[in-house]
Design a protein around this ligand. Structure first.
Ligand code: PHB
Length: 387
């Protein structure tokens, strides 16, 4: 072989090798979730749901094998930037999946915006993530805080006929945005929120505030707590005897994934959320039985959000032919998609948040039973989003 021909042969061999290597390269997914603290159970349900969808697809999305990386964010905003940079810079992930806590999610959104890494938020409702901080590479498979709680305000006034209410929550973005959204819906329908009570996150010393509620005697109380904190709050509310005279309402997180532990204390609590137990659809039945079989526990809203985050990634990767660098194809496919979620089909708003039915639910036994649809096809406000 003359030198020229040898040169071409080597080039062709290198090209075919690197092409082969490219086809086999895995897509790196970085879970940044709470695996400890008050939200630990939520983090693992999200991961379970995500993995379940990937497993159903034979471990591949858009033809690419998926490889997982993990960081425990401890729901601590002070550590969030370092934690997300471990995934972006050290592990060089292609996709970030996280997180639960709104304050941590805002740091993730900033890092995703700066680095251009795709971010799919499988829970945290921080309004800004699909509002002022929205970006072409940031998507949410869950809800915005406003979206989860505004409907309960409307129901409390219009349907339940309550005139006065107090709110109680942890003092951070999620609690503040949810209780304010409840207030907005409640007051629009003629109610009045007389006081908004808070405790620092993740404290569970509720006694002084429960005494204050008992003395003020509002018609109703609206609360946002989740995970282990929600278990403690609902039990304390019941133990104080408040449930007998002042009905407890919440965004559905107050009673989701918590009913085993809350038991009797949660009975009758009304909440609004984009999921309920036993929706009765074929899609949901299949999801619930597969999840129960795989993980030996019943799924909750967090498992659904994790599952749907993987569905959204699958839609984007498929359209991009498995090449996540094809940003326009990836993004446009998700923007146009209808996601066949266990919660019911949903589409994605311009600011990349689900547009979805918000159910009214009531706790009966170990289930959040669907009482009806509080608001149909509700989007987020997308306030301040320019893309
Ligand atoms: C949040 O911080 O956005 C958050 C946390 C837990 C939930 C819902 C929202 O269950």
């Amino acid at each position: 072989m003359n030198t020229d021909r040898k040169h071409w042969a080597v080039l062709a061999l290198t090209a075919s090798l690197s092409c082969g290597a490219y086809a086999q390269d895995r897509i790196k997914v970085g879970f940044m979730l709470p695996y400890s603290g008050t939200y630990a159970a939520l983090g693992s349900a999200i991961e379970n749901g995500f993995r379940m969808f990937v497993n159903e697809q034979g471990g591949r999305l858009g033809g690419r094998e998926i490889e997982f990386f993990k960081v425990d964010d401890e729901s601590d905003p002070a550590k969030a930037t370092d934690n997300v940079n471990r995934l972006i810079k050290r592990d060089k992930v292609d996709v970030l999946v996280g997180t639960v806590h709104s304050g941590v999610a805002m740091a993730m959104a900033r890092a995703a915006k700066e680095s251009g890494t795709v971010l799919i938020v499988p829970n945290a409702g921080a309004d800004a993530v699909t509002g002022a901080m929205c970006a072409p590479n940031i998507f949410r498979s869950s809800f915005s805080n406003w979206q989860s709680s505004y409907p309960m305000g409307v129901v409390a006034a219009r349907q339940e006929g309550k005139k006065t209410a107090m709110t109680i929550t942890w003092k951070y973005a999620a609690g503040e945005e949810m209780t304010n959204a409840f207030k907005e819906g409640f007051e629009k329908e003629g109610g009045k929120v007389s006081k908004q009570l808070t405790v620092p996150f993740p404290n569970v010393e509720f006694q002084a505030l429960l005494t204050e509620i008992a003395a003020a005697r509002p018609d109703a109380v609206f609360a946002f707590f989740a995970g282990a904190g929600a278990v403690k709050f609902v039990k304390d509310y019941h133990a104080a005897g408040l449930h007998k005279t002042i009905p407890l309402y919440g965004s559905g997180f107050l009673t989701d994934g918590t009913l085993e532990a809350q038991g009797e204390a949660a009975q009758g609590v009304l909440t609004t959320l984009h999921y309920a137990d036993e929706l009765g659809t074929e899609r949901d039945r299949r999801f619930r039985s597969a999840y129960a079989q795989a993980y030996k526990l019943m799924p909750d809203v967090y498992a659904v959000q994790g599952y749907d985050a993987a569905q959204m990634l699958g839609v984007g990767l498929k359209a991009a032919g498995g090449d996540i660098a094809k940003k326009a194809e990836f993004r446009q496919a998700i923007e146009k998609a209808t996601i066949p979620s266990p919660r019911g089909d949903f589409t994605i708003s311009k600011s990349h948040n689900p547009v979805q039915d918000m159910y009214l639910r009531k706790v009966v036994g170990k289930e959040n039973q669907r009482m009806g649809v509080a608001i149909k096809a509700l989007g987020d406000t997308g306030r301040g989003c320019r893309m």
